[in-house]
Design a protein around this ligand. Structure first.
Ligand SMILES: Nc1nc2c(ncn2[C@@H]2O[C@H](COP(=O)(O)OP(=O)(O)OP(=O)(O)O)[C@@H](O)[C@H]2O)c(=O)[nH]1
Ligand SMILES: [Mg+2]
Length: 489
């Protein structure tokens, strides 16, 4: 039986046990969540670019950026049939809120509620990108106000409540001591402690790293790679990718008017364009013959940043992109958005059943701990049994132990192990480190080789205890892959 089915079954047993208690509604919600999209929170320090990146992932400018009351409220963006915004006040029943939309940006009217009176907003929005994932925007952690930070903290590292997020995309502008502390608290859960299993790091506002120079993304990539090998970071997030969020958001919402304005910049000789873009100030105030008004220039800067204007201008001038559609595609690729999407796909979405089961079982374990009832002991034992024995959880535990440095070995052995257990994506080809289009005999041979290799390691008396335990898990992973390949044949 699959992990999610086992989880469903134990929840089905638990619901009647807690019927009539204050926990009943929560358990029903936990049960329903198993069939709903994965919940991914976007978190990070104040002004790290969270809302902007969320918009890029959705493909629409839904989340408010910059100022405004709503940036201080945890906001869910989920798919649905109608456009709707609902507030869950701390006191009283949920209520529908009015909203307007201008230039694609939505503006929510809190209807007299203060941000600190609202525990969360739920925006229901029909969008393809929200079919498989519900995105949660969170107030910045840090200096805005203690209360807003506390809300994000409560969402991601709850003590006695269900964890509303199954996974987190954590934005770092530069690594800050507060980030490490925050991620630690988030990962301080029972299944895997500390655990990088459900967190991805994003080096955000990547365009600003090279102060808007054309090679900014290359610099950001180097820094992200370095962060990704830092032991402190590795034990907290699975990998770190650089993303220029503003450019990503603009790329997926690009308008013909904007492209028209960019063509003016592209039409300049290279030297002049470079001079014009030496600083934001120059771009706004010099070269009246450019044919763009002050407002138009300001709008371009707000949407693209200096880096984006420079990059888009260059792409148009060199005819790497000639239409709005081509430009949008190029900018999305170069902003790092596609890479982030792929990583979210392979590390979160392909594994969503495991991550959802994990959240559900942790919530259930917590309920049985705080409230004993006739029958609750059996439920607790069943939960414990799944958490301790289900193969996907064993893989997650090995992954966290590897990342924490508790399992060590030669670098190529560690890399092999990390891939086999799904640390870089859970498809068979990701696990076997094969090109995405590999199929047939080449793939089954690779799986059999991996099985033989890890069986030898598991049985070798010279292998350390920790590595032996890990090797047994890898053997199970290989057997699972072979069985799956057998089924598709
Ligand atoms: N240059 C540049 N600016 C960005 C980027 N991402 C966001 N910004 C700008 O930074 C400001 C804050 O962006 P938000 O997306 O609101 O950041 P946030 O993390 O949601 O902020 P809070 O919710 O208030 O903590 C806005 O002015 C954005 O336009 C980026 O990748 N590059
Ligand atoms: Mg925000």
């Amino acid at each position: 039986m699959s992990l999610i089915d086992r989880t469903r079954m134990v929840l089905d047993h638990a619901v009647p046990v807690y019927r009539g208690t204050e926990h009943a509604a929560r358990l029903t919600a936990v049960r329903e969540r198993l069939d709903a999209p994965l919940r991914v929170a976007v978190a990070g320090r104040v002004k790290a670019g969270k809302s902007t990146l969320l918009n890029a992932l959705v493909g629409e400018r839904l989340a408010p950026t910059d100022a405004g009351e709503c940036t201080r409220i945890v906001t869910w963006y989920r798919d649905g049939h109608t456009y709707q915004v609902e507030a869950a006040p701390k006191q009283g029943p949920p209520r529908k809120l009015r909203f307007t939309r201008e230039d694609g940006v939505i503006d929510i009217d809190l209807g007299g509620l203060r941000a600190d009176e609202v525990s969360r907003l739920v925006v229901t929005w029909p969008a393809q990108s929200l079919r498989t994932v519900t995105l949660i925007d969170t107030p910045g952690i840090g200096s805005l106000s203690e209360e807003a930070s506390a809300r994000t903290w409560g969402l991601l590292a709850p003590d006695d409540e269900e964890t509303p997020a199954d996974a987190v995309v954590y934005l770092l502008r530069h690594l800050h001591a507060g980030d490490v502390e925050f991620l630690r608290a988030f990962h301080d859960t029972e299944v895997s402690r500390p655990s990088p299993v459900n967190a991805i790091g994003v080096l955000s506002r990547a365009d600003e790293i090279g102060v808007g120079r054309l090679d900014s993304m290359a610099s950001a990539r180097r820094i992200a790679a370095r962060l990704g090998t830092d032991t402190n970071v590795r034990r907290l997030v699975q990998s770190v990718v650089p993303v220029a969020g503003l450019l990503a958001e603009t790329a997926v919402t690009l308008t013909e008017t904007e492209v028209g304005h960019l063509r003016r910049v592209a039409g300049l000789p290279v030297r002049q364009a470079e001079e014009l873009l030496l600083s934001a100030d120059r771009f706004l105030n010099s070269m009246p013959e450019l044919g763009l008004t002050g407002l138009e220039r300001e709008a371009l800067l707000a949407r693209f940043g200096v880096f984006g204007v420079r990059l888009a201008g260059t792409l148009l001038r060199r005819e790497v992109a000639t239409t709005a559609t081509e430009l949008s595609r190029e900018l999305a690729e170069r902003s790092g958005l596609n890479e982030l999407r792929e990583i979210i796909g392979s590390l979160f979405l392909e594994r969503s059943d495991v991550l959802k089961s994990r959240s559900a079982l942790l919530a259930l374990a917590e309920t049985t701990r705080v409230c004993a009832r006739p029958g609750s002991e059996a439920v607790a034992a069943a939960v414990e049994e799944i958490l301790a024995s289900a193969h996907p959880f064993n893989e997650l535990r090995v992954l966290s132990s590897l990342r924490a440095g508790w399992i060590t070995g030669k670098p190529d052995v560690v890399t092999d192990l990390e891939h086999l257990i799904g640390g870089a994506g859970s498809s068979v080809n990701d696990r076997l480190r094969l090109p995405a289009d590999t199929t047939g005999t080449a793939r089954s041979t690779a799986a059999r080789d991996a099985l033989a290799r890890w069986q030898r390691r598991a049985e070798n008396p010279m292998t350390s205890y920790e590595m032996t335990v890990a090797a047994r898990v890898a053997v199970r992973s290989c057997e699972g892959m072979l069985a799956a390949l057998e089924r598709v044949r």
